[in-house]
Design a protein around this ligand. Structure first.
Ligand code: ZN
Ligand code: ZN
Length: 779
């Protein structure tokens, strides 16, 4: 295809690769072409008033995907739009929502954060539509305004927490609003995953029930980042039939995307394994080289501490280069043109930084993605991304910062030493093809459903007819609630008769158990809360705790008081908690053969104890030590996916000298590392156990379980995508060029057994048997 725009990215990339002594590999270069879009005008039912208001803002019609969403919603169909950032999702739902408001209806807008609701409200007010009475209703809304909103607002912006605690329990006071409710917008709904998502799913069911009570049947319009199979996610979240729109027709600049794998170094880690050069160190070098070439570059890292260290290293490298260069080749002021985006910038400081970047006075900026909240920079020449940011949505959001009109941009993803990053830089189709990551939740989790059934009964007594809304597990959970004295069964249904507020039973942002408060010792400032299960591994004594990009050291974890005391610090290392785990099978709910073995999904009981933590140097990844911890074991009833191989299938491997325990253990580590590619979870949301012979199965067994009471849907997703997941796991191990295993493939930073035993070649053979692949030649 002839390109009208000169490629700037290519020469920049070649220059990066041409730097002497560079040992990294560029595993793939993808040219993502520009996309031109034409709008299709407005659907004929959009009122003159709205068309004029949007025209005032320079919007003269809808892109095809927006029109499709608007038409579906207008026709009464629930719909999810799952497209990239800057694809105009807001307009897609505003068109039908505002149209129904102008027709005399009301609209409810839900978003996970107050900040997003505030943005939406600003945008709606700027439209200045006569008759539109939009208002945010959240924890900050003064009581005197609340009455006005209940009585008069016709476009209410709120969050699931408020819906749960205030709007639904007080539904009678909102009767006028519910009666006319025509549109429910669920924005940024990819945030509703795991345990939190399961709670929100139940809150939406309660909302549907309250609406039905007032004779309303609103249409649900959901907006999400790109994901695999958004339609089934939407149906799980709302419990309703939903259409999907996934084709993004918005215009986009061209991007040259390079996948970059730092080299293995001579440093040795655990068990003598080679250590890969950290993504941050590699990123610092690249940033320096790009700045030297006059390229305006943004480097994304995980924490502000890392942002500062990347900026510092880049400056040092530039100072060296300037000192070595021939006069006039590398200006001596170059180091000063690299900055780190720090915490707590005032608005005017942010504007100044934006100006300096645009003017080219600052050429290189290292930042956490906290930048997305405060600074408006775009149109840069290059973006460096240190480590897979967790989802394709974040990847494209970060990459999208580069590119000026008519010119292409360079984006570089620098791999961390992690099996998922290793896999991705060797499998570009997982990044540039169809998404494989699904947004996963489990609304049927009885630990989550129970409290919401109580809340629903307190709102309006439950009847047999309501059971369908709450899903197939509702009946059993209700029986348990009656047995425990939480609900009373009468001839007309189930009643909440206790004095306390039923909504207090559900801790929708936590996951059971009182959350641990994280408090800054010197100031007494409450930084946030961590749910109790995660507290053991994230805020144990000695842990490096990153909160909104700022780094703290934990001085004490008091589980009894539910408090972790922390101090701001600048350690040059990171910490990883290690745990030992035992698991027993309670019930296999689903199973099918897999190769010569079997795959299961079911309930398990996990006993997990955090026993120590590992320190690794920030700059080199070098192992600094392993410190013991004294924390009590925790027992968890949850869901797991597991596979077994019978003795007959593994005997030939043992005969060939493979350590079966080490092979299963290595496969387990890599599989845990890879599951986040298929389910949008974090490696720390899941855990695993592997054994050559498990007492409950009598066979070699590898378990991967949800780390939350009752399960969160991640293991279930692993079960349903097992073939792809385990194939990718095997490929991640095979792609790593180390000989016997390293953190980029089979070592796990949270292994309670000190990454012993591990057998890399054995894991490849074991997975080949399970996946019925032909034995590799010579292997
Ligand atoms: Zn390796
Ligand atoms: Zn392990």
């Amino acid at each position: 295809m002839p390109s009208s725009s000169p490629s700037r990215a290519e020469p920049i990339l070649s220059r990066l690769l041409g730097v002497p002594a560079r040992r990294a590999r560029v595993t793939h270069v993808e040219h993502v072409p520009a996309r031109q879009a034409g709008d299709v005008g407005w659907p004929e039912w959009v009122s003159e008033v709205l068309v004029t208001r949007w025209a005032n803002q320079g919007i003269f019609g809808l892109w095809p995907h927006q029109a499709e969403v608007a038409e579906l919603a207008r026709g009464g169909r629930n719909v999810i739009i799952a497209t990239g950032t800057a694809s105009g999702k807001s307009l897609a739902y505003q068109v039908p929502a505002l149209t129904s408001v102008l027709d005399g209806g009301t609209a409810l807008y839900l978003t996970p954060t107050k900040a997003l609701a505030a943005d939406q409200l600003r945008a709606l007010r700027a439209l200045d539509v006569p008759g539109l009475r939009a208002a945010a209703f959240d924890g900050d809304t003064p009581y005197e305004e609340r009455t006005w909103i209940r009585q008069h607002a016709n476009y209410v912006l709120t969050n699931p927490d408020m819906l749960h605690r205030t709007l639904l329990p007080g539904h009678a006071r909102w009767s006028g609003f519910w009666r006319r409710l025509r549109t429910v917008v669920v924005d940024e709904c990819h945030g509703y995953r795991g345990v939190f998502g399961s709670h929100v799913a139940q809150i939406l069911r309660r909302l549907r029930r309250v609406c039905a009570r007032y004779g309303a049947d609103p249409v649900f319009v959901l907006a999400s980042a790109t994901a695999s199979d958004p339609r089934s996610f939407a149906m799980r979240l709302t419990g309703l039939q939903t259409a999907e729109v996934t084709t993004d027709a918005s215009p986009r600049g061209a991007t040259t995307f390079a996948l970059w794998e730092p080299p293995l170094t001579d440093l040795r880690g655990e068990g003598g394994a080679p250590v890969r050069r950290p993504a941050t160190a590699e990123t610092a070098d690249l940033l320096a080289d790009l700045v030297l070439a006059g390229t305006r570059t943004l480097a994304f890292v995980r924490s502000r501490r890392a942002a500062e260290s990347v900026a510092l290293s880049a400056r040092a490298r530039l100072a060296d280069l300037a000192a070595d260069a021939a006069p006039g080749r590398a200006p001596a002021d170059l180091p000063d043109r690299v900055a780190a985006y720090r915490a707590g910038y005032l608005a005017e400081e942010r504007r100044e930084l934006e100006r300096a970047l645009r003017a080219g006075e600052v050429l290189g900026l290292a930042t956490t993605n906290a930048l997305e909240l405060g600074v408006d920079v775009s149109g840069l020449d290059a973006v460096l991304i240190a480590g897979w940011p967790g989802t394709r949505a974040s990847l494209w959001q970060q990459a999208g910062r580069a590119g000026r009109a008519g010119q292409d941009a360079l984006a570089v993803l620098v791999a961390r030493d992690d099996p998922l990053d290793t896999y991705l830089v060797h499998h570009p189709e997982a990044l540039f093809g169809r998404p494989v990551e699904a947004i996963v939740l489990d609304p049927g989790n009885p630990y989550i459903l129970g409290p919401h059934l109580c809340a629903a009964a307190a709102e309006i007594p439950l009847t047999e007819d309501d059971l369908e809304i709450f899903g197939p597990t509702a009946k059993d959970v209700l029986a348990d609630l009656v047995h425990d004295g939480m609900l009373r069964r009468r001839s007309t249904g189930w009643f909440w008769t206790r004095r306390e507020r039923a909504t207090d039973l559900a801790d929708i942002r936590g996951s059971g158990g009182a959350p641990v408060q994280v408090v800054e010792l010197s100031t007494g400032r409450l930084l946030g809360t961590v749910d109790e299960p995660s507290a053991h591994s994230t805020v144990h004594a000695g842990a490096v705790y990153v909160h909104q990009g700022e780094t703290f050291l934990v001085s004490e974890l008091d589980l009894e008081a539910g408090v972790a005391l922390v101090e701001a610090g600048t350690p040059d290392y990171t910490t990883f908690a290690r745990d030992v785990t035992e698991i027993s099978v309670l019930d296999s709910l689903r199973s099918h053969p897999l190769g010569p073995g079997e795959l299961h999904f079911g309930s398990v009981e996990v006993t997990r104890q955090v026993v120590s933590y590992l320190k690794r140097r920030l700059q080199s990844g070098e192992l600094l030590g392993d410190e013991d911890l004294d924390l009590p074991p925790r027992t968890l009833r949850t869901r797991a996916v597991w596979w077994t191989l019978p003795a007959g299938a593994v005997a030939p491997l043992a005969e060939a000298g493979i350590d079966l325990g080490g092979a299963a253990h290595a496969a387990e580590h890599a599989a845990i590392g890879m599951l986040p590619l298929f389910a949008t979870c974090d490696r720390w949301d899941i855990g695993g156990v592997s054994t050559e012979l498990h007492a409950d199965t009598g066979m070699l067994t590898v378990f991967v379980y949800d780390g939350h009471e009752g399960g969160a849907g991640f293991a279930e997703r692993g079960f349903s995508r097992a073939l792809d997941w385990l194939t990718a796991t095997r490929e991640a191990i095979a792609s790593c060029e180390c000989e016997r295993g390293c953190p980029s493939c089979i070592q796990s930073p949270k292994c309670g057994n000190g990454n012993e035993p591990l057998d890399k070649a054995g894991a490849l053979r074991l997975l080949a048997v399970l996946l019925s692949l032909d034995a590799p030649p010579g292997g």
